[in-house]
Design a protein. Structure first.
Length: 235
């Protein structure tokens, strides 16, 4: 006999339960008629209704067993399918594309970090020069330091310089860390995903080690990049 699907088994159980309910209601109704003095109801009628209910109860037991068997067979089939797919994934999965994208992202972030650091140094240097001019003006008694802006149309404070055109236009020397964090935030715009990334970034070195350990292709990519080049002319 072909094992039914879980859906078919559930339908059969529901039908058996409905049959039992219907038979019990019929037996109860016949009993009420007898109590009310209805002479048309015979003992055979009442016995038949009760036997139908008992038979339906047996059908419910059988339906439940078939449903358990159907669910077990379905679960077994799905487990075997998943096991086969997992096996194929492990054997065929190639992380080369992931490693390449990881390399590209790392190189891009490294370039961003270096460029931002150089830019910040230029702005900080310019800030110091503007402040120095202001200090010299004040020391010479020419004008208060804050009048550099009035005289020369520039101003500076901490990591920012301004030029007046006539409205002030600022140039802020953001930190490399902020630039990298902003790049990640722009790459992952969803707030929930950003929170997940923020949690992972808390311990950068350990997270990097985790990925290198868990994804061999990425480990190989960065091990290859770190390996010193062999001289082409021998020693």
């Amino acid at each position: 006999m072909k094992t039914p699907t879980p859906e078919q088994a559930r339908d059969a159980l529901a039908a058996a339960e409905a049959e039992k309910t219907e038979a019990e209601e019929l037996a109860a109704a016949l009993a009420d008629k007898v109590r009310a003095g209805d002479d048309t109801v015979t003992p055979k009628d009442l016995t038949a209704a009760r036997e139908l209910a008992d038979f339906a109860d047996l059908r419910i037991t059988a339906a439940r067993r078939k449903m358990a068997a159907a669910e077990d067979a379905d679960r077994h089939a799905r487990a075997e399918q998943v096991a086969a797919e997992v096996g194929a994934l492990v054997e065929q999965e190639d992380s080369a594309e992931l490693a390449a994208k990881m390399r590209a992202a790392v190189d891009a972030l490294a370039d961003l970090y270096a460029a931002t650091a150089a830019r910040r140094e230029r702005i900080l240097g310019m800030t110091e020069r503007v402040k120095r001019i202001g200090a010299e003006l004040e020391l010479a008694g020419v004008a208060p330091a804050h009048e550099v802006g009035k005289r020369y149309g520039v101003a500076a404070d901490h990591d920012t310089v301004w030029r007046y055109q006539p409205q002030p236009v600022a140039c802020v020397g953001i930190t490399p860390a902020l630039a990298v964090a902003a790049a990640i935030g722009l790459a992952v715009p969803n707030a929930v995903d950003q929170a997940a990334v923020s949690e992972k970034v808390e311990y950068l070195s350990s997270k990097a080690e985790d990925v290198l350990r868990q994804v061999p292709a990425v480990r190989a990519e960065f091990a290859l990049a770190a390996r010193p080049a062999t001289p082409s002319g021998g020693e």
